[in-house]
Write a protein that binds this ligand. Structure first.
Ligand code: C2E
Ligand code: CA
Ligand code: CA
Ligand code: CA
Length: 281
């Protein structure tokens, strides 16, 4: 059945594809430093419960469409993934963010340990030259590899488990830390977890924000499992004080949290202000 709304949707999609290609071309080729790129990276602070300070940032892409305004990555990342454009976009984010956080390390020497978390999409993860490209980005930006965290969803890894484990091992050999993103929302084959060489888990915000999950022991179970496997934990999507308090009890002051309760994703200039005034919340 081909109705008018479907026709509209196809046109929308074609337009988006076209516009996304144009945004990439525009952003990657900007020579005028005054010109505003359509794509940019924002940085959401991650807070250590132990110190109550910012320990690092997650890099998140933003698209400012010239006519439509801001478009959510939840809408255009899947499109980019399908079109294969996620590969150049992903490396661009990695480079931008590594160069940016390296500059902050240099400018604020007491914050040299600030970590940078970058999302890797399924398609990017399976690129044959993934490790090579990452090494190149680290070398070119002089980013200290020990501060780099890569976030990969469990579905990405489980899709091709044997290859996935190999890639993870290669990334970790470089000194990069690997986190499973949105933990608990994918395959949830807990039995497989110990076979994958990862450093940590990010507990998905759907658990953190669901009172029943917090209270019924589901989140506690994830934390106990992570502790057992000696994995670090970041709880995502913390929006309220009660959520934070529950997590604090379960995480015993170790672990990390991220969410609007602390900070929304910040523009690079806002992070600079934050770094200039110390990192206490
Ligand atoms: P994600 O990796 O799970 O990133 C966390 C998302 O949760 C971000 O949405 C962040 O802004 C949002 N968030 C953080 N704290 C809170 C909170 O307290 N409450 C609520 N409601 N939301 C919170 P964002 O930036 O819109 O990104 C959405 C998704 O798009 C990301 O989910 C990630 O899957 C994807 N994405 C964003 N940037 C990139 C990128 O550079 N590369 C790839 N491959 N994917 C990206
Ligand atoms: Ca993420
Ligand atoms: Ca996540
Ligand atoms: Ca997500």
């Amino acid at each position: 059945i081909f109705d008018v709304s479907m026709h509209d949707r196809i046109l929308d999609r074609l337009r988006m594809e076209n516009d996304l290609r144009r945004a990439i071309a525009q952003t990657f080729s900007l020579e005028d430093p005054q010109a505003v790129p359509e794509l940019r990276v924002v940085y959401q602070p991650i807070i250590s419960l132990e110190t109550s300070k910012v320990s690092g940032f997650e890099a998140l892409i933003r698209w400012q469409h010239p006519e439509l305004g801001p478009i959510s990555p939840a809408d255009f990342i899947p499109l980019a993934e399908e079109m294969g454009l996620i590969v150049p976009i992903g490396y661009w984010v990695l480079r931008q963010a590594c160069a940016q956080v390296h500059a902050w390390h240099e400018r604020f020497p007491s914050d040299r340990n600030l970590t940078l978390s970058v999302n890797l999409s399924p398609r990017q993860f399976l690129q044959a030259d993934l490790v090579e490209q990452i090494v190149k980005a680290i070398q070119e930006t002089q980013f200290s590899v020990a501060c780099l965290h890569l976030e990969i969803t469990e579905t990405t890894i489980f899709k091709n488990a044997t290859l996935g484990a190999d890639i993870l091992a290669n990334l970790r050999k470089l000194g990069i830390q690997v986190y499973i993103d949105d933990f608990g929302t994918g395959y949830s084959s807990l039995g497989y977890l110990h076979r994958f060489p990862v450093d940590g888990l990010k507990i998905d915000r759907s658990f953190v924000q669901d009172d029943d999950c917090l209270k019924s022991g589901i989140v506690q179970t994830i934390i106990t499992l992570a502790n057992q496997l000696k994995l670090s934990i970041v709880a995502e999507g913390v929006e309220t004080l009660p959520q934070l308090e529950s997590l604090r009890v379960m995480l015993h002051e170790s672990g990390q949290v991220q969410g609007y309760f602390f900070f929304k994703p910040l523009e690079a200039t806002e992070v600079e202000t934050l770094l200039g005034t110390g990192l206490k919340r």
